[in-house]
Design a protein around this ligand. Structure first.
Ligand code: HEC
Ligand code: HEC
Ligand code: HEC
Ligand code: HEC
Length: 118
């Protein structure tokens, strides 16, 4: 009986350790996203993971397979629509503003100047 309990405990521990190991850490510092015209947009993983409580990297990094680091949006979403990939403005506005509006959270900005700082 004791052996079974030990085995179950070990399997449980390994499962937890594997999940913790496979979910890569998001960058701790803020990221500045800048296009050619508008002011830079400051993005914080800390705010989105800790305050907005978004647990899945894939919610935003929608092409991320869970290995290595996710790619920048701009690696696929260019200034002009490219194949199936929307242009960067439409893609980010759809994802960022879309969620901000839906969340109904007053701390989630929807006005141009609240995101694009000078
Ligand atoms: C929730 C945050 C957010 C809001 C609100 C927002 N934007 Fe953006 N916008 C972004 C992000 C992120 C990008 C992609 C990074 C970049 O290219 O600046 C972007 C890109 C752009 C771009 C293309 C890049 C460039 O510099 O030409 C334009 C133009 C733009 N936004 C205009 C606007 C205008 C006008 C408004 C208000 C009607 C607005 N944005 C509101 C986040 C936001
Ligand atoms: C709320 C949306 C959101 C969530 C959730 C999110 N990220 Fe991000 N992440 C972004 C944005 C936006 C960028 C900036 C992309 C750009 O500059 O084009 C970024 C950038 C990154 C970068 C830097 C990429 C580079 O090449 O500079 C890494 C690494 C990263 N994220 C990892 C993660 C991991 C790991 C998770 C899950 C634990 C995660 N992110 C969750 C939105 C998000
Ligand atoms: C590896 C390439 C790649 C990366 C990286 C990427 N995208 Fe996309 N994205 C695409 C392609 C291709 C499509 C169109 C086909 C689809 O929906 O999968 C798309 C579709 C979208 C859509 C439209 C989905 C819908 O509702 O129709 C949004 C919004 C979007 N991307 C935002 C982002 C944001 C924001 C980032 C960065 C956090 C990002 N993407 C990173 C390739 C990419
Ligand atoms: C899935 C939902 C979701 C997505 C996607 C999302 N956000 Fe947010 N964001 C939130 C919520 C919720 C808050 C308010 C958090 C709080 O309670 O303070 C927030 C807050 C913010 C803030 C204000 C806090 C700060 O960091 O200064 C900024 C700026 C912001 N988001 C930018 C972005 C940008 C840029 C993107 C897209 C690249 C994005 N967000 C994508 C949900 C989202």
């Amino acid at each position: 009986m004791k052996k079974v309990v030990m085995l179950v405990a070990m399997v449980a521990f390994l499962a937890v350790a594997t999940v913790a190991f496979c979910n890569p850490a998001a960058p701790a510092g803020d990221i500045s996203m800048k296009g050619p015209k508008k002011g830079a947009v400051n993005f914080s993983h800390k705010v989105h993971i800790e305050k907005a409580k978004i647990s899945e990297c894939k919610t935003c990094h929608h092409t991320f397979k869970g290995e290595g680091d996710p790619q920048k949006c701009s690696e696929c979403h260019k200034l002009k629509k490219d194949g199936k990939a929307l242009d960067i403005k439409t893609a980010t506005h759809k994802q960022c503003k879309g969620c901000h509006k839906k969340s109904g959270n007053k701390e989630a900005p929807t006005k141009c100047k609240a995101c694009h700082k000078k």
